[in-house]
Design a binder for this molecule. Structure first.
Ligand SMILES: [Fe+2]
Ligand SMILES: [Fe+2]
Length: 387
């Protein structure tokens, strides 16, 4: 029995309660605390380089037996024949009229909300158009920054994963991610009208992933969470956009991303079966933190700031918009089934299930997991099977 007059024991009990609290994981008690969300902002936007320190082991393996992990081997063989060239395989000569595209995609938007008395009350067509343009510049900028995060993470997986089949596969993903950064940067430079620095919540998440020295956390953070969300977000934009170059670009990137998410699922599936409940709980907390950071990033606070409206007031309206929850939830349609397949939803008394229920995304748990569906996204002879 611990002595309850012992201060050390009391402190320990406090720490045990703290573990896994929102405060400990997210730095705030309430997931939707807008003040706290907005207090995370970038301070060094002018810096050209951002350094993240991490101490991890780079692993040599002397077991060169190719195919001892057959599913990873198959993925590697697929990846080798699915390479495309961002310079020559996309129709860069397409004329893009950004304002016309934004107008076409915006049609019907905001029609249902009563905005009188809000910061948007004075906005006319001109402001809404400007907002749409900024919003697109912001979104594509964040895609580009996220792709660079994937480039760094995957280069690191080549070093720190212990299996030769995974090192081989990860090396193909390094090339894929370089191509993704390249095509998003080119699209921003040649077809759109401005860039944004990395969103502070996205940067916090990427920093956390890179700073963690456990090899599986690189996978969990990047392949399962960031790329799972990217696959859903690209799919949504691919469906919505009327611009043919962007549509094709996204379709090509998605064919790679589906493989990347599959790589995460196939690599972690067996490994997570060996972990203890306490170790799984750490992974659950990491997954939850990543989910909330990505939700926060999609609030696009920097766009409202640039448009000169009070950001907190604007975001209160955004969160209350009738279709917001649906859109937000859709972004998690890949992450939730993949977490389930890894055993993360129900481990440790279902902690993550409870958290995903609170976030309003648990309904996707039985959708197809990406370990299986990547073949559907494949391109046939360089052409999308379904555009
Ligand atoms: Fe990518
Ligand atoms: Fe990727």
């Amino acid at each position: 029995m611990p002595d309850i007059t012992d201060e050390g024991a009391i402190e320990e009990a406090h720490r045990a309660i703290e573990m896994g609290s929102n405060m400990q994981i997210l730095g705030r008690d309430q997931v939707n605390d807008l003040e706290a969300i907005l207090s995370v902002s970038n301070t060094d936007v002018e810096a050209a380089v951002h350094a993240v320190r991490s101490n991890y082991d780079a692993l040599f393996t002397w077991d060169y037996e190719k195919g001892s992990r057959p599913k990873l081997n198959r993925l590697y063989e697929k990846a080798k024949s699915a390479q495309w060239n961002g310079e020559t395989d996309l129709p860069w000569d397409t004329d893009v009229d950004q304002e016309a595209v934004v107008m076409a995609n915006q049609a019907g938007l905001n029609a249902e909300m009563d905005l009188s008395g809000t910061p948007f009350a004075k906005w006319g067509d001109k402001e809404w158009l400007e907002f749409g343009v900024e919003s697109q510049n912001w979104t594509l900028s964040q895609f580009m920054h996220g792709e660079q995060g994937a480039l760094l993470c995957t280069a690191r997986i080549v070093e720190n994963v212990p299996w030769i089949d995974a090192k081989y596969y990860a090396s193909t993903q390094v090339m894929d991610e370089a191509r993704h950064v390249e095509v998003f940067a080119k699209y921003l430079d040649t077809k759109l009208s401005g860039h944004y620095p990395i969103n502070a919540h996205l940067r916090t998440l990427l920093d956390d992933i890179i700073a963690d020295d456990r090899w599986d956390m690189t996978y969990l953070g990047m392949q399962i969470m960031v790329e799972g969300l990217a696959l859903a977000a690209f799919g949504f934009m691919h469906m919505m956009t009327t611009e043919p170059l962007l549509k094709q670009l996204l379709r090509y990137v998605m064919s790679d991303e589906a493989r990347h998410v599959a790589f995460g699922v196939l690599s972690l599936q067996d490994y997570y079966q060996e972990l203890s409940a306490a170790e799984l709980r750490e992974r659950q907390e990491f997954a939850f933190e990543a989910a909330v950071r990505m939700r926060d990033r999609f609030l696009q606070q920097e766009v409202y700031d640039r448009m000169g409206v009070p950001v907190k007031d604007a975001l209160e309206l955004v969160l209350a918009a009738p279709d917001r929850n649906q859109f937000q939830a859709l972004l998690f349609s890949k992450i939730v089934p993949n977490c389930k397949k890894l055993g993360l939803l129900d481990a440790a008394d279902g902690w993550l299930r409870t958290k995903f229920t609170e976030l309003g995304v648990i309904q996707f748990e039985d959708m197809a997991d990406t370990g299986e569906e990547y073949e559907m996204f494949a391109l046939a002879n360089g052409q999308p099977r379904s555009a």
